[in-house]
Design a protein around this ligand. Structure first.
Ligand code: FAD
Length: 368
């Protein structure tokens, strides 16, 4: 276990795209890694959530993964990375080299258990971890969503005799060989699972809440993406629970996806209404036998460690604007809501770092 400093100025929770981007910009703005800016991550290695993604996932199959700020100066770019290798390996290696080159001093594995207000007089926060406590002036939460997969409740699910998986629990298609699988979800992960299971599973039934929309190119999807980000931004400002990203973006029909649709592989069924021991029941009364259900139904921000700060609004979400908590000036959220993509996380880096420095200047001034 790493040995943590007792007191720093900024603690960044999470070393994914968002946390690293913030750490990079804070360093550029003159704050010293480790002494002043402590980045903590519970993962065993570099890579953020990418290190845990399933083996077959490749960069460039669905989305674009943006480079971290300053990555180009190191001669690294995801655009030219080897796309035949698993994304989790490529991203881990690139992040590793990035952390090393910029001396970001990420401490891992360290799990943040809770963030609390220290004694009222000091105005400091205490970050409680499995490696000890750290006092800090500011916390930047960049814990992502991977640890908090969302699964809708469906009547009868506890009676199901087969296996159930969420996206983070999916390892490889081979685990489903010869089985009847129901894949739930309207996003890129669900589509990816359906494609992988073709010819491996005995049958694959794809179920979505809404009829999926496939777009030919990237351009239209970008437009839908902007609309989705705007929705997230509005919700975050008002402290509402964040809407699903998937509900706002349409799916990109890559050549592989277009071909699969031609073959009739990507036929979406409407959501089933109940689960029975041997399968799922649809609204029209029809029944689909199933051995396994894969829930690729999205994620929620992982924020339970912030609970002691009481940031949650009665409306159910956190009130956040431009990555800054509207409830507690000492708390920032990078990669939250509208920033939950690699491009958003990069933007968050600069935006949050500048505000953090301004906030530190306030605390140094002290109460007037
Ligand atoms: P993460 O990468 O999840 O990093 C959060 C880090 O915080 C993790 O390392 C975690 O270990 C750490 N952490 C969490 N809680 C704690 C705690 N309590 N204590 C200590 N550490 C903690 N976006 C794109 O732009 N392009 C894509 O192609 C793309 N593909 C995706 C594919 C899948 C399957 C999924 C699920 C998402 C994809 N995304 C993609 C979205 C992607 O998750 C984000 O773009 C980005 O990687 C998120 O970065 P992040 O830093 O916010 O979170």
């Amino acid at each position: 276990t790493p040995s943590l400093p007792a007191r720093v100025r900024v603690v960044v929770i999470g070393a994914g795209q968002a946390g690293l981007s913030v750490a990079y910009h804070l360093r550029r703005l003159g704050l010293r890694p480790v002494d002043e800016v402590l980045v903590l991550d519970r993962g065993p290695r570099a890579g953020g959530a990418w290190q845990f993604r399933w083996e077959s996932l490749r960069l460039g199959t669905a989305h674009r993964v943006n480079d971290l700020p300053g990555m180009g100066d190191l001669g690294l770019s995801f655009a030219t990375a080897d796309q035949s290798r698993p994304a989790r390996d490529v991203v881990r290696e690139y992040y590793e080299r990035y952390e090393e080159a910029y001396g970001l001093g990420v401490m891992r594995p360290v799990t943040v258990l809770a963030v609390e207000a220290a004694d009222a007089a000091s105005g400091l926060l205490v970050v409680r971890t499995d490696a000890g406590d750290v006092l800090t002036e500011v916390v930047v939460n960049a814990s992502g969503t991977w640890g908090s997969p969302f699964r809708p409740y469906v009547r009868g699910e506890e009676t199901f005799r087969g296996r159930q998986f969420t996206t983070p629990e999916y390892v490889r298609a081979e685990d489903f060989r010869g089985r009847r699988v129901v894949v739930v979800g309207g996003g890129t992960s669900a589509v990816g699972f359906v494609l992988e299971l073709e010819g491996v599973a005995a049958s694959t039934t794809w179920v979505t809440r809404r009829e999926p929309e496939f777009m030919a190119g990237d351009a239209l999807n970008q437009e839908a993406g902007i609309a989705a980000v705007t929705m997230q931004d509005e919700a975050a400002k008002q402290g509402l629970p964040l809407p699903s990203i998937v509900s706002g973006t349409r799916l990109v029909a890559t050549p592989a996806i277009a071909a699969a649709r031609e073959r009739g592989v990507l036929q979406a069924h409407p959501m089933f209404t109940s689960i029975e021991p041997a399968g799922v029941r649809f609204a029209d009364g029809s029944f689909e036998p199933a051995d396994d259900i894969i829930w690729a139904t999205g994620f929620r921000p992982e924020l339970s460690h912030l609970a002691p700060l009481g940031l949650r609004e009665r409306s159910g979400g956190l009130a956040v604007e431009r990555g800054h908590s509207l409830r507690d000036a000492r708390v920032f959220l990078a990669g939250y809501g509208p920033q939950a993509s690699t491009i958003g996380a990069n933007r968050a880096g600069r935006l949050v770092a500048r505000q953090v420095v301004a906030q530190l200047a306030e605390t140094t001034k002290g109460p007037s």
